[in-house]
Each structure stands twice: as structure tokens, then as C-alpha cells.
Design a protein around this ligand. Structure first.
Ligand SMILES: NC(=O)c1ccc[n+]([C@@H]2O[C@H](COP(=O)([O-])OP(=O)(O)OC[C@H]3O[C@@H](n4cnc5c(N)ncnc54)[C@H](O)[C@@H]3O)[C@@H](O)[C@H]2O)c1
Length: 391
């Protein structure tokens, strides 16, 4: 039997993402026999004591605490997994970097481009390995799409359409949770879900050179949150309300460095598409399209194919990672499987001591575009993308 390195994990925040990553760390040994390490759930922190207790009792964390500083300075922790609300990412990531821990941070790394720049600088100075939760990169059919594009099957890429439409903010009775506050979340959809769309475009087509964009807040007031509630709770008509401080919508046109043209749209308050992180890529020899809502399908059009038209490709074990979860063809995998691939790959980079992609450098790629978009929203003009930190 090969001896595997032990990687001690400390998680901060035990909501949706904290639980998803913790399940992933637990599942990696059962799904990835090729791994070179074994993750160990050392310590969990959440400011809600019941969540800490649940993490220890149900997930098997060795220790739990409500003060995240204990996670950062725990001797047995090698990797800090930041799954807390956005406003904590900067203090957490900088403290963890200064303590010499490797950091996986949920997106957005910073709520604003300025925060992301400070976080990336601290990580670079500390020489730690960083990872970011741009999980849609890891979908097996997205990986296959990248292989097709990189191998030239689609020819020269001329057009890209990316969108992330979600209904999580579509109910005006949805509470004014941290996601709607500038000092807690940072910007709105441009920090939150547009970051996924642009990150996918960066991976598939390459860097973006210039942008023009506009944002909007469609639901400017929401019921105030109640103590102990979650992001998914609803208020009642007549409840006291507060102002939404960041944008519900962002739309943009872009020019890629390779000359391709792109359009992006992102909304959290739209009605209809429930979690539509989707893209279409058009090249001189073919085209493809993928949508998270049907993540086990990719539609592929090849000009030279005798059967003219889009062909539906179903996910299966012949595509990257799929066979780690389920054998055969067209047996579906799910959302949390992407988080598990993400964690498997990040911990593989940590075990090997190599830079990880996507890491904080890729987050800088994104916020450089975001900064240009925010500037364009104000100036109502095309703006060039200037990288906000050295590569
Ligand atoms: N990659 C993705 O697809 C994806 C999806 C959802 C969320 N996210 C990101 O993950 C992060 C967390 O989002 P979520 O949906 O899990 O939120 P959530 O509200 O479900 O969970 C956040 C948790 O952090 C805890 N917390 C708050 N303050 C804390 C503190 N001081 N110390 C320790 N814990 C504290 C809360 O009690 C809660 O349990 C955000 O940055 C979000 O943008 C990423």
C-alpha cells in the first residue's frame, strides 16, 4: 500500500459551502484512489454554535470553535478552507497566509477588486498555494469543451456568449441577507455569479482586452433579516425593510485578446432560469453550448460532420473525472461532485507543492475585468482591462 501524505483541513463557515466542501474532503478517499494524500477534518469554525456541534457530531471534525482565529493558528491545519460570507474573506485569507497555511477561498476571493488585490498580494508574499471556488470549470463536459477548443476542433473562436441567471434574489420578500450589502458581500452579481461566467470564458477562450457594461438593481428594498435566519428565509408584507446596496444585474460586451467577441449577462433577480450558468462558443469549424441546468449534456456542432446540426453529447466515463463518480455512459453526476473534483485537484496541488489553477492569480484576472466593467458602467464607454496585480 502506498503511503499518503496527511493534509489537515480547517474550515471556516459551515453553511452551504462549508458543508459541501466538508463532504467533499470526506468523499475524496472513496472516489479518487489515485490521490497522493488523505485529507483530515481537523477543525471547524462557525459563529453559530449549533452548526459547529453538527460539524463535529455528523461530519467528524476533531474540534470545533466559534473563533476562526483558532483554525488559522491550529498546528495540525495545513489548509484553511474559507467558506464564510464575503466580508470575512480578506481578514481570514490574509491571516491564514501570514500563518503560512495554504488557502482555498470560495469565490469571490474579495467582495471588491481592491480586497482581492490585497488578498492576492498577501498570499504571493507568503508563498502559499491558493485555490478559488470557480467550480464550473471542473464539470467533465466543460473540461471536454476545453479539450475540443484547445485541439482546434472548433477552428478559430469568433464569438462567445456567457450568462449566469439565477432566481435566488427574484422574490422581493427574500430577506436583505449579507449578499445584498456592499460592506458584507462587496458588489452584487458582478462579484458573485458573473465571476463564474467570466472565469469560464478565460479558461475556454483566453484573456479579455476591453469591455463595455451596465448594471442595475431591480429590487431596491427587501425585508430586514431576522436573528438566526438564513439567506433562503422570506419576509412578510409589512415587515420593516432596508435598501439593497449592490447590483442585481450586469450585462457586458467584450473583446478578447485573440479578437473574439463576447457578450455576458448575469442576474440574480430574473424569473425563469433557476441556475443557468451557461455558455455558447462559436468557431470557424464548429460550435458548442453547455448549461449547468443540464450539466450532463453538451451540444456540439461540427461543420464537417455529415449529419448537419447540433449533436447532443451525454456525460460519461470517457470524459474527465466522470468515471470517478459513476461508470458507463449517460449516468449523471451532480453539483456537489464538481466541488469534490475541485477539492481533489486543489489538495493534489498542495500535496505536490505546485501552483494551483484556478488560484488567486485567476481571481486577479477576473477582478481586472470586473474593475473595467464597473468603470464602464459609470463612464458609459468602452474601457480597457488593466491587470490589477503582477502575474
Ligand atoms: N462556488 C459556488 O458556486 C458558491 C456557491 C455558494 C456560495 N459561494 C460562496 O461561498 C461563501 C459562503 O456562502 P454560503 O452560500 O455557504 O453562505 P451561508 O450563509 O450558507 O454560510 C455562511 C456560513 O458562515 C458562517 N459565519 C458567519 N460569520 C462567521 C464567522 N465570523 N466565523 C465563522 N463562520 C461565520 C455562517 O454562520 C454560515 O454558517 C460566499 O463567499 C459565497 O460567495 C460559492
Amino acid at each position: 500500500m502506498t503511503s499518503r501524505k496527511r493534509i489537515g483541513i480547517g474550515v471556516v463557515g459551515f453553511g452551504w459551502m462549508g458543508q459541501a466542501h466538508s463532504r467533499s474532503y470526506l468523499r475524496i478517499p472513496t472516489l479518487f484512489p489515485e490521490r497522493t494524500y488523505d485529507p483530515e477534518l481537523v477543525i471547524i469554525s462557525d459563529n453559530v454554535q449549533e452548526r459547529v456541534d453538527d460539524a463535529v457530531a455528523s461530519f467528524g471534525f476533531r474540534e470545533g470553535c466559534t473563533d476562526w482565529d483558532e483554525v488559522i493558528h491550529h498546528d495540525d491545519v495545513d489548509v484553511v478552507s474559507i467558506c464564510a460570507p464575503n466580508m470575512l474573506h480578506e481578514p481570514l485569507a490574509i491571516a491564514a497566509a501570514e500563518a503560512g497555511k495554504h488557502v482555498f477561498c470560495e469565490k469571490p476571493v474579495g467582495g471588491t477588486p481592491e480586497q482581492t488585490v490585497r488578498i492576492e498580494a498577501a498570499a504571493r508574499a507568503a508563498g502559499i498555494i491558493t485555490g478559488v471556488g470557480y467550480n464550473y470549470r471542473w464539470a467533465p463536459l466543460v473540461q471536454y469543451a476545453k479539450q475540443l477548443i484547445d485541439s482546434g476542433e472548433l477552428g478559430e473562436i469568433s464569438n462567445y456568449r456567457g450568462r449566469f441567471f439565477s432566481m435566488y434574489g427574484s422574490d422581493p420578500m427574500g430577506l436583505l441577507s449579507w449578499r445584498f450589502m456592499l460592506d458584507e458581500a462587496g458588489h452584487g452579481v458582478s462579484s458573485d455569479i458573473l465571476s463564474h461566467s467570466i472565469d469560464l470564458a478565460h479558461m475556454l477562450v483566453g484573456p479579455i482586452d476591453k469591455v463595455v457594461g451596465t448594471g442595475h438593481t431591480f429590487i431596491p428594498e427587501r425585508p430586514l433579516p431576522k436573528a438566526g435566519g438564513t439567506h433562503y428565509d422570506r419576509g412578510q408584507p409589512g415587515d420593516p425593510t432596508g435598501s439593497v446596496e449592490n447590483e442585481d444585474y450586469f450585462g457586458a460586451m467584450v473583446v478578447f485578446e485573440n479578437g473574439a467577441r463576447g457578450v455576458f449577462e448575469s442576474s440574480r433577480s430574473i424569473v425563469g432560469p433557476e441556475s443557468q450558468c451557461a455558455f455558447e462558443v462559436y468557431g470557424t469549424k464548429g460550435a458548442l453550448r453547455w448549461n449547468l441546468e443540464t450539466m450532463n449534456q453538451l451540444d456540439l456542432f461540427l461543420v464537417d460532420s455529415p449529419a448537419r446540426g447540433y449533436t447532443r453529447v451525454y456525460g460519461g466515463e470517457r470524459y474527465p473525472y466522470h468515471g470517478n463518480f459513476v461508470p458507463g455512459d449517460a449516468n449523471a453526476i451532480g453539483y456537489e461532485d464538481l466541488k469534490t473534483i475541485e477539492d481533489f485537484e486543489f489538495l493534489s496541488s498542495v500535496a505536490a507543492g505546485r501552483r494551483h489553477v484556478p488560484g488567486f492569480a485567476e481571481a486577479i484576472d477576473y477582478v481586472s475585468v470586473q474593475q473595467a466593467l464597473l468603470t464602464s458602467w459609470k463612464s458609459e464607454r468602452w474601457e480597457s482591462v488593466t491587470r490589477l496585480a503582477p502575474r
